[in-house]
Design a protein around this ligand. Structure first.
Ligand code: ADP
Ligand code: MG
Length: 239
């Protein structure tokens, strides 16, 4: 099966995972399937394994056993470098702390992933050029051109967050993963941010997987998954 034929963005089965040197936390996941184009909210308390699950899904870590298929590709069949390339090409990732390059401008930060993803690079180029595509995304997220040349360290948290989203969206990767991107925002800004994110994801047709511990965000999503229901986890303190 090639990538374009699979109807599932994500299909994870019979996953076992344990962090090295930490026996108190284990993940057992029977099945997690996310169809293409869906907007999914993954809810769970702090420490319940949300970020670990995203790392398994994006191939940053590999399960002890079980399969992780992304767009029909079993990513654990790939060698480490191939998995990195696959991740760069097919995932746009918004990290919890944004991970912007401190010395780069906003523009540099947004076009950075294209250096590691030739497919995304050519998509961005065909949409009027890389920088033009970056400008379109930044403007769509409410960042005017005066901001595009600023250093990322000179931005507010809300602005950094939008830059991180533009960087995830550029070149239209099939899956956008966002790890608690709203945690630094107050409730009002949180809902505005979600609206912006949704309108951009809709334009690109991507699947959105967002992680949060905020139940109030649920109504906007197509599907809500609860980590506690998905994982047979044993948290710290429990035996
Ligand atoms: P959440 O994102 O839901 O807050 P995490 O996936 O970050 O939860 O953490 C789940 C568990 O995995 C915690 O017990 C945490 O200590 C452990 N853990 C997370 N990252 C690491 C790591 N890099 N090395 C070892 N243990 C980790
Ligand atoms: Mg986390």
């Amino acid at each position: 099966m090639n990538l374009t034929e699979s109807q599932d963005a994500v299909s994870m089965r019979d996953i076992d995972y344990q962090w090295p040197r930490d026996e108190s936390f284990t993940i057992k996941l029977e099945q997690l399937v996310i169809s293409r184009g869906k907007r999914v909210l993954l809810l769970g308390d702090s420490g319940s394994g949300k970020s670990t699950l995203l790392s398994l899904m994006t191939g940053i870590i590999s399960p002890v056993s079980g399969t992780v298929q992304i767009l029909g590709q079993n990513i654990n069949d790939l060698k480490s470098a191939g998995r990195d390339r696959f991740r760069a090409e097919h995932f746009g990732i918004v990290f919890q702390m944004f991970n912007l390059l401190p010395y780069g401008s906003v523009m540099d930060n947004v076009i950075l992933p294209l250096s590691f993803a030739p497919g995304r690079k050519s998509k961005a180029s065909s949409q009027g050029g890389e920088r033009e595509e970056a400008r379109r995304l930044l403007n769509g997220l409410g960042l005017d051109k005066e901001v595009h040349t600023k250093k990322s360290t000179d931005l507010s948290i809300g602005q950094q967050q939008r830059v991180a989203v533009a960087r995830a969206l550029i070149g239209s990767p099939e899956i956008i993963v966002a790890d608690e991107p709203t945690s630094a925002l107050d409730t009002n800004r949180r809902h505005k941010f979600i609206d912006l994110l949704f309108s951009q994801v809709e334009t690109s047709g991507a699947t959105l997987i967002m992680v949060s511990h905020d139940e109030s965000l649920g109504e906007s999503f197509d599907q809500i998954l609860r980590v506690q229901d998905l994982l047979g986890t044993r948290n710290r303190g429990e035996k």
